[in-house]
Design a protein around this ligand. Structure first.
Ligand code: GDP
Ligand code: MG
Length: 780
């Protein structure tokens, strides 16, 4: 029987995991290993993907992927479900291992004074890394990018510990490179060599979380384990024997609650000690010599002997290298530069193990790790029957991912978010800010007048900076409000469900469920939409999604539509505006189908995703995030946009002899716009004023309206251009290049080359579409 054959609520035991390569490894890493129990929780409303429960957490898979996993049905025995005998609970705290239990005190050799103690914060997604990081660093943090990849990198000094630096790494499930983020985290630990690792473990799904811990231990880097979410564990009557766990893992284990700031000081204390004395994990030998005849155990140790010197030369921890080689990691194989003989020997050793164990190498290794984890959990952890949080999540999911309710609820939620952001809170704050900026501008104008500042400079400051940059800055509240709601949705765990619900639909255009989020934000503003693609797991999906978001008509285009429609087609206004939104979406779909067949061949990433329990997001996390986004946005406003605005202002105010022009017709801008006339003539848009409006729309779409108002004064645009041109213009402004701010953020996420390509490519599409519109109008 296959995993995909299960019905809702049925349980089974995994026999064999098929498939190949990285995806299969990912299955294994996520706990889908031979012998594991799985339960089919529910199907997504469209019948695919499916939610399973494995190793005490919820996981989603597509049916096609679930088909690769063989299972056998198990009878649910009453006994198994009954809670096991209760142990005496003594979750004391302290009672922890003394510091320095794992290094030789006689020969202790601390790092010299003044060495910077660097820490890596490593853990699964949703294990509370960001929460802990914010607790550890307070406000002493800086956000940057990991070089080469556009994943946020956050560094900060631990509060009260001078000369420390802790880095928040992307959430990962294992050290096998599956997504680009996992590569970032793995390389950080291997190459940047932090002095110690702080491994954060979500104790409510400890089985899967410890899998990463096992791999980190193999690397032999000094480490402490932070058992997070202890508040939930204890609150539900669970219990962890910390001392026993320390003994079995050979590293300090500190129970904490990051959200409540409990145990964090103790964690810091241990982390400092471990780093200072370079205390490496005492236990690494998880393979059991009695487990299934010890085949895996012997294999690992044989390989370790074989490659010992190579690993040392390459500076890679030997146990880690051996494990990775057995798992068939080619990257590592190259780094070790083994000789042909040794490679053959390696193959033989692995082959022998596979025969003895009756399982292939990857499954055998994963099984070995999970076998040890089971032992740890059996001895040290007493799980509550079912946590309150899980019961609550299940109830909420009945509605939020229910067969008939999921999509209506999703539409309602999004409508509410958009209404609040763009209809209520955003504009209110925006008006307030715009009024403030206006007042400031008047004040500056008055001061400059009093000081008899040169007229040109005064124009620049008022028209260029206050009007131009000011109008962009006034968008700050909208963007921050948008991010506020999105971070609520994301941190609470709802976004993961949306991806689950929408996956099937998005696969049809070559994307996965996760791309829905950026596209939705795109209806608000392309800038945050592009930034939010960072949550996507593959570079292919990220690129493709970034290319699509500009087709989702952003709110800044709404004034443009309004302007044209009321001037030319007042009787059809709603139909036309709705039509434009739809046209944007349809074009996006056509374009992505095109991409799917050409530039981005291949499948969207498999949809293997955790559905975490719903949790109330912490206020601190949310505030921190908003502050970061605001800073990001302002920085951009005062760099790229400021410069662009000054350039346009300059071009529109001066002629070639650099004299201030009375009539913009004689300005450099008009001349430059004139160059485009032959290009735009076929569309009936050869008027330099239209072209200028389009150019100013490139700065910010709304400014098209003000530009046209000025340039077509005093008679207005209505009589000046024919209706067909207006229609072509509408379509053109829907589809042509995203504004400067959006292009800048695309550049930041992808590259300059991509940004330029997108500008040209969208102008091309817009040109063709506008031409079609004009031809159709001519026929009508
Ligand atoms: P990350 O994905 O690893 O960065 O995880 P986050 O820091 O974003 O946390 C995920 C969720 O868990 C958030 O909603 C947090 O508020 C919540 N959370 C974090 N730490 C704790 C904790 O100690 N106890 C509880 N109950 N919730 C927590
Ligand atoms: Mg996080």
């Amino acid at each position: 029987m296959r995993l995909s054959d299960l019905k809702k609520g049925e349980k089974a035991k995994i026999i064999n995991v098929g498939g190949e390569g990285a995806l299969r490894q990912h299955f294994l890493d996520m706990g889908l290993i031979p012998g594991a129990d799985v339960e089919l929780v529910k199907f997504a409303p469209m019948g695919d993907p499916v939610e399973f429960r494995v190793y005490g957490y919820e996981l989603t898979l597509r049916l096609a992927d679930a088909e690769q996993i063989d299972v056998e049905a198990v009878k649910v025995s009453e006994e198994e479900d009954a809670p096991k005998k209760k142990r005496v609970k003594k979750a004391e705290h302290p009672g922890l291992g003394e510091e320095g239990r794992y290094h030789e005190k006689e020969t202790e050799n601390p790092l010299p004074e003044g060495t910077q103690l660097t820490f890596a914060l490593v853990g699964n997604q949703n294990s509370g890394k960001t929460t802990l990081f914010n607790q550890l660093t307070g406000s002493n943090q800086h956000v940057g990018n990991f070089p080469g990849v556009t994943v946020d990198r956050k560094d900060g000094e631990i509060r009260g510990q001078k000369g420390t630096l802790i880095t928040d790494l992307p959430g990962i499930y294992s050290m096998s490179p599956y997504t680009s983020e996992e590569i970032v985290s793995r390389d950080f630990v291997l190459k940047e060599k932090p002095k110690a690792i702080v491994n954060i473990v979500d104790v409510t799904s400890i089985g899967r979380n410890l899998y990463l811990t096992m791999q980190l231990l193999e690397m032999g880097v000094p480490m402490v384990v932070a058992l997070n979410m202890m508040d939930e564990m204890i609150g539900n009557g669970g219990y962890v024997d910390i001392n026993a766990m320390e003994e079995m893992l050979g590293v300090p284990v500190v129970p904490i609650s990051a959200a409540k700031n409990e145990g964090v000081d103790e964690l810091v204390h241990h982390a400092m000690h471990v780093a200072k004395y370079q205390e490496t994990p005492k236990v690494q030998d998880f393979c059991d010599s009695t487990d299934h005849g010890g085949a895996v155990h012997r294999c690992i140790h044989a390989v370790m002997h074989l490659i010992e010197d190579h690993a040392e030369n390459a500076g890679i921890p030997v146990r880690f290298a051996a494990a990775k080689l057995i798992e068939g990691d080619n990257l590592l194989l190259e780094q070790l530069s083994l000789e042909q003989n040794e490679k053959e020997m390696l193959e033989h050793i692995v082959l022998q193990m596979e025969t003895e164990r009756g399982m292939d190498h990857s499954a055998a290794m994963a099984e070995m790790r999970y076998a040890y984890i089971n032992k740890v959990c059996e001895r040290c952890v007493e799980k509550p029957a079912e946590s309150r949080e899980h019961i609550r999540s299940r109830k909420m999911d009945k509605v939020l991912t229910g067969k008939y309710t999921a999509i209506p609820v999703f539409v309602l939620v999004m409508a509410a978010v958009f209404f609040l952001t763009f209809g209520l809170i955003g504009p209110f704050l925006q008006d307030l800010l715009a009024a403030g900026i206006g007042k400031l501008g008047e004040l500056a104008d008055g001061m400059m007048e009093a000081a008899q500042v040169n007229n040109a400079v005064r124009c620049l400051v008022i028209d260029g900076i206050f009007e131009g940059v000011g109008s962009v800055v006034s968008f700050l509240p909208v963007i921050v409000t948008m991010f506020f709601f999105l971070s609520l949705l994301e941190d609470s765990g709802y976004i993961a469900r949306v991806a689950f619900v929408m996956d099937k639909l998005l696969r049809k255009i070559g994307l996965s469920g996760r791309s829905i989020v950026p596209m939705l934000i795109g209806f608000g503003c392309t800038v945050p939409a592009v930034m939010s693609t960072r949550t996507l797991p593959s570079a292919r999906d990220r690129k493709m999604t970034i290319l699509l978001t500009p087709f989702m008509s952003c709110t800044a285009k709404l004034p443009v539509y309004g302007f044209f429609v009321s001037a030319f087609f007042p009787e059809y206004s709603w139909m036309i505006i709705t039509g434009l939104y739809l046209l944007g979406i349809v074009t996006g779909i056509i374009v992505s189908l095109l991409f799917k067949k050409t530039l981005f061949k291949g499948e969207a990433v498999p949809f293997v995703m955790e559905l975490p329990n719903y949790r109330m997001p912490g206020a601190k996390n949310v505030l921190q995030l908003l502050w970061e986004k605001a800073k990001d946005f302002l920085q951009r406003a005062f760099s790229v946009i400021l410069i662009a605005t000054i350039v346009v202002w300059f071009l529109k105010s001066f002629d070639l002899r650099f004299e201030l022009v009375e009539d913009a017709h004689e300005s450099i801008l008009a001349m430059i716009a004139g160059l485009f006339v032959p290009l735009m003539q076929p569309l009936g848009m050869g008027d330099w004023r239209i072209i200028t409006a389009l150019v100013s729309g490139f700065m910010a779409k709304e400014s098209m309206v003000s530009t046209m108002e000025v340039l077509f004064a005093p008679d207005g645009v209505a009589g000046a251009i024919p209706n067909a041109t207006a229609a072509a213009m509408l379509v053109f402004s829907l589809l042509y290049t995203p504004c400067v701010a959006a292009v800048a953020s695309i550049r930041r996420e992808l590259s300059t080359k991509w940004a330029v390509c997108i500008v040209l490519w969208q102008c091309g599409i817009a040109w063709i579409a506008a031409l079609l519109v004009k031809l159709i109008c001519a026929v009508l």
